[in-house]
Design a protein around this ligand. Sequence first.
Ligand code: G1P
Ligand code: ZN
Length: 542
Amino acid sequence: MIVTVETTPFGDQKPGTSGLRKKVPVFAQKNYAENFIQSIFDSLEGFSGKSLVIGGDGRYYNREVIQKAIKMAAAAGFGKVMVGKGGILSTPAASNVIRKYEAFGGIVLSASHNPGGPNEDFGIKYNIGNGGPAPEKITNAIFARSKTITEYKIADCPDIELDAVGTQTVEGMTVEVIDPVADYAELMESLFDFAAIRALISGGTRVVIDSMGAVTGPYATEILERRLGAPSGSVRNAVPLPDFGGHHPDPNLVHAKELYDDVMSPDGPHFGAASDGDGDRNMIVGKGMFVTPSDSLAIIAANATVAPGYARGIAGIARSMPTSAAADKVAEKLGIGMYETPTGWKFFGNLLDAGMATVCGEESFGTGSDHVREKDGLWAVLFWLNIMAARKESVADIVRKHWAEYGRNYYSRHDYEEVDTDAANGLMAALRGKLATLPGTKIGALTVEAADDFAYHDPVDHSVSENQGIRVLFEGGSRVVFRLSGTGTSGATLRVYVERYEPDPANHGIDTQEALADLIAAADTIAEIGKRTGRSAPTVIT
Ligand code: G1P
Ligand code: ZN
């Protein structure tokens, strides 16, 4: 039976950089998840009888919301739901399933790299038929709907069996529980030279992946251990757990430090990678070399043709504005398009659909390509292994040679987490207020050349997205970018992105923070970070 339930709006269901993210107790309020899911359905047209993909990263509250979403999809008139076994689908795998089976769209349940648990984070994101996050036009409509919603519809039926692959029916709608890994593993095998990677591994290159108790465990185990022949145990923390085993599943130098230290130790593995809660991020570490995500994008682009799926070459590269300009040098050399978008993967969708960009990346440990419409952690890992296998060189050699050829973009992001929201907004407002007067200002040896608030004009649909981050450019090409996070769930997070380009290989061996010290100091002077936030140091440096 389909029932209509009366409800009242919550005022706070505005999707951020990547869907709606809140603490579990917020999502667990009566009707909260239902209101948002119904607002999604009410903002879409033409899905009657079509398929919806549903899956999540297995975090706390995943199963509960999956049950609600399936029952509401049946009530809304979808013809079929495809759901990962156990409610599991990594974000890139969900994107692939949507595309491969030509679903109308998908609901991805995750709070990405944020911790999971009864008092931690949860999230709901809607993806459109191209497999990518809904564009702002749709997320704005969802938010508008959530503010006026008065009722939702849901099938009144027992819970759906999620733990066995197979087909069931809910109020006339088919529910197909699918193997979450198979389609994705097949896609990866079609893109990369698995034989070469197998030879690399059997030849003695020790590869480890830390899945951080999150969703990539089953994917990495199938691909790395079963298909590529790495010894069992090469995938660490491989079982997805509701609280990620207490890990903060954010693959960076702070949260994946154990893996980093292991790879850096003389007897440790040659190559290490980590992924995040929902499997779309990646961190790449080689012996003696941490690869910044910005460099990783540039190096993947420069070496793309070694992978069979990219042998024809790439059409263009896209990066988010705060990401370093390392990839720009590669695009210049290859004579292909280079696109600078606002933060958030949703801005890449149009460029990928239009065939203007083939690979894209963000400094926030996100890399991907037109094979899906999300960033893809394991894809990046396999790309690196394919490059190492083809070039027969270590990560450190590949990176150093890349710098020697293109120059090095020293790069770091400083995050000030959970700062007072008013203080953070005040800081940004003050920065905006002085944009016009900044050019010409001298701070130590640095001179501000230009300053603006980044606005993006989408070359495909001509939409405009404003206020996407304050850029301060210095003479000589260095820059500092300031923006507030759109994914946090408590207080505000100020992100400060610092970059300096160094063409001379003689200067490529400097410690990153040291190489950027003058710019880091200038950022504080310009934005009055210490004074306004009361913080003397960032919470996380990546
Ligand atoms: C962060 C990252 C951004 C990424 C997003 C989703 O968003 O900075 O690059 O796309 O997470 O993974 P932010 O919190 O900065 O808005
Ligand atoms: Zn993620």
